[in-house]
Ligand binder design. Sequence first.
Ligand SMILES: [Zn+2]
Ligand SMILES: [Zn+2]
Length: 315
Amino acid sequence: MSPSLLEDDIASQTSSMIQLSITNQQPLTLTTTSHKRNRPSSSQSTAINSTEQPSCCYIQFNTPLQSKPTDILNKLATALNNASIPQDSISPTLSSWAFPSTKVTDEKVSFITILDPSLATRIVIIIRMTFDSSLPTITDALPHYPTTSDVDTSSEPSCNCRIKTCPFYYGGMNIFSDNPQGLLNAQNHGLHLHHDTLISLPDDLLKNIGWTRCCPPCTHIYLSSNNLSHHRSECNTYSTHITTNSPTSDPTTSSQWAPLFAMCPDSHKSDLVDAISPLPQTQILLHFLLSSTDGAWNRNSQRKTPATTTTHHEP
Ligand SMILES: [Zn+2]
Ligand SMILES: [Zn+2]
């Protein structure tokens, strides 16, 4: 293939690849037709079907379990660039699968998609030189991407992966050690191989299989309660969420209700506490009243009962 033809091919692939996102497990969404090449009419007419190559193939290679897909892809992109291999020869997407060993718990198998199979052998060599002990090999399929229907939510949490299609499901039997290190291994396995699938589960199902989400707006999940507590202590999303949504929070010490308590007569403060319900509709109504009647109520309360600020504590 001449360099100019190759460049045309690369350009024709760019628009389809632009829609892809980088994830540690999301499978490639390309179909064989989406990266089919639009050859110049002169070459189309002379194309020989008997020698046609597959439109893409895949390379699997080992990487550290906790390595980030973006870091792997960036490192690979640099190596390809140094070897003058076009960046567009691979899809900017990485899929990951469990390393099939109970003795090697800190590795995973990563898969990239080669959009120009004629470069696959060269890219294997580059991966071998770039990633230590990565054992790259060409393969013809990506691993199965687990969906929520692949999650076993039927039984009590046990020391195994809950994705039924994962080798670490192990037929539902224990495979991780029933001790703190085993818990950590199971957590790292889930976080770095199945995060997107797990996070798509409703909170109650997630809880059924032993995982806890930090809070609805946060995507961090944990098997270890210690790790969860540590994360929550540093998570701004969590602190904002509980301040505004926790039904058990004390409204008299919440900054959002401070103006309301400041202008409320002492004799009605207990009624106000009762009125502040965790129901969003009630809170929206109170916010509306606060903004629309602020002046009148404030003036009245100041006239009858001096407003107190002692109940206002900034978090
Ligand atoms: Zn698994
Ligand atoms: Zn969080």
